[in-house]
Ligand binder design. Sequence first.
Ligand code: SF4
Length: 213
Amino acid sequence: MYEVIASPFLDDSLVLRPGSQQAVKIGAQRYRELLGAAAVPDAPCPPWLVDAAHARWGLDLGGRPLAGTVMVREPSPYGYGRASYELNLGCNYDCEHCYLGLKQFKGMAWDDRERVLHIMQDAGVLWVQLTGGEPTIDPLFNEVYMLAWDLGMMITVLSNGSRLHNPRILEVLVAPPVPDHVERVRRDGGVLRRADSAPGCVPAVHQGPGRGA
Ligand code: SF4
């Protein structure tokens, strides 16, 4: 499982760490250096990257091979940076302020989802938001999350938080670094208290990562 992602993003080249809002700008030349080194078996992480990762995240990449440690994204001729993917339009709540009308629980078949995510990757999408409806009730949520991870995307989950205690959901949200949005939900139940009138919502969120069984 990789530690950081190196990728072009619009006019910059960045190194990012999933779960962190901080990045390192590396410039086009150093990005090309990583791209070349990624094709060389057993190439180590270059010293400048070891130093930068330690300074930014306290992460020790010293002596580690580039392959498997750094996900080096290929450049895209299309230059997109962000995408939002509605996994389905169903939800386990029925909030009165909801923009959804009729809740539709079905999403695309897996083959089409794979295709969509690969198209995003080819288009240069580095940040992807998984949303719905409620994405965590989608039967293929874990598969979508892990493929987006494997393709080197920074993942945000836009969720009502009601399934954060579910062991199957935690498999992907806790094993890889927890995405930024989930961290914010965990820290600020007050926002949800004001925004969501569904009975049982706030207790369900507070059952979240680290408390559920
Ligand atoms: S949790 Fe969100 S998607 Fe679900 S009913 Fe409420 S506002 Fe709509």
